[in-house]
Design a protein around this ligand. Structure first.
Ligand code: ADP
Ligand code: MG
Length: 355
């Protein structure tokens, strides 16, 4: 089991708060990603969970037991370090046996446990190799296996892929996700990389300035961002955010900004300032004046093409809409000359409004 409850966890350094009242529950078997920009407090939060740093206030519970002040060694949590921290002069088998030898386990128990664990992460064929004879991904698996021999309740990882090149990072990411599924163990994983979060997490805790901004599945965070910050952080290119005014016109709720009009649901609303968010993949690009360019519901943004960026499989067209530059994804076989007058349209369900 590995169910972790964080209750109003805070940490300050010299009276400067760095982690602020974070409360969340990690269910047994979750792959929780602590996601957020550099400096938002991810490592500090993970170190408090690991027992390497004391909270200024708040509490921590692991499988119903309060561990707020328990020393790191007594927590049954395994930190898998970025460098993997394997002993270079020892074989994989001896690296795995090491934590058990320290505990003075019986020799035949050690051999059995090493074999079991090696089987679980599929490194049985690598047991006689030295770390330098392994690929990055294999080293990662050995590091996880070494943590696994101690039967921890959860694995903690802090940006473990940040030193790898892009290709290896992708491969190792997939391997970690598969490993998590195979083991069914609780993982708590720190990253600033939204792609890692989207692809591996069962749950994302998005942090901003030490506070929990949103907690949910990757789909929930992507489809229903709770704030401008969440909308802007997930997705690439980022969600287009436009300052707008919400009001009622002709029985419908409308959103207006320079060169932007959107008709939402029927109803009435008091006039107020909002931020309109639309993801680049939810915008359709039309030449101005074409029949497809005037939707009766949803949003229409009028402007000109400013720049196109070829991504290989598709392109991103940047358009000047009023004061704003708005990104829209387009198929690569279309040509959009700079200066072309265009209309970008989006359907109502894809419009996000933030106060
Ligand atoms: P992240 O891992 O999200 O990049 P950190 O948790 O490492 O962020 O740091 C959050 C903030 O706390 C940063 O502003 C950092 O400078 C500060 N900080 C972290 N550790 C210490 C420390 N030991 N002493 C003082 N300030 C610290
Ligand atoms: Mg960090």
């Amino acid at each position: 089991m590995g169910r972790l409850v964080l209750n109003q966890l805070s940490r300050s350094f010299k009276n400067v708060p760095v982690v602020k009242n974070v409360s969340l529950t990690v269910e047994d078997g979750d792959f929780l990603v602590l996601l957020g920009p550099s400096g938002c407090g991810k490592t500090t939060l993970l170190r408090m969970i690991a027992g390497l740093l004391e909270p200024t206030s708040g509490s921590l519970e692991l499988d119903g037991v309060d561990i707020t002040t328990a020393p790191s060694k007594k927590r049954d949590l395994a930190m898998v370090f970025q460098s993997y921290a394997l002993y270079p002069h020892l074989s994989v088998a001896k690296n795995l046996a090491f934590p058990l030898k320290v505990r003075r386990a019986a020799k035949q128990d050690i051999t059995k446990r090493v074999e079991t664990v090696a089987g679980m992460v599929e490194i049985g064929h690598l047991l006689e190799r030295k770390p330098k004879e392994l690929s990055g991904g294999q080293r990662q698996r050995v590091a996880v296996a070494r943590a696994l021999v101690r039967e921890p309740k959860a694995f903690l990882m802090d940006e473990p892929l940040s030193n790898l090149d892009a290709k290896l990072r992708t491969a190792t990411r997939q391997e970690l996700a598969a490993l998590h599924q195979r083991l069914g163990a609780t993982f708590i994983y720190v990253t600033h990389d939204q792609v890692e979060a989207m692809t591996m997490a069962t749950k994302i805790a998005l942090l901003n300035g030490g506070q929990l901004e949103q907690l949910g599945t990757p789909e929930e965070l992507y489809d229903t961002p709770a704030s401008v910050f969440a909308a802007g952080f997930l997705g690439s290119p980022a969600t287009n955010l436009i300052d707008a005014e919400l009001s009622t016109s002709g029985g419908s709720i409308t959103v207006m900004a320079p060169s932007v009009e959107a008709v939402l649901w029927t109803g009435e609303t008091p006039r107020r300032d909002v931020v309109l968010g639309i993801r680049p993949e939810h915008l359709n690009l039309h030449a101005a004046g074409s029949s497809a360019a005037a939707p009766s519901a949803g949003a229409a943004l009028r402007g000109t093409v400013e720049l196109s960026e070829n991504l290989g499989s598709e392109q991103v067209i940047y358009c000047r809409i009023g004061e704003k530059r708005v990104a829209v994804r387009a198929p690569r076989n279309q040509r959009w000359e700079t200066g072309t007058a265009v209309v970008l349209s989006a359907d109502t369900p894809h419009l996000h409004l933030f106060d």
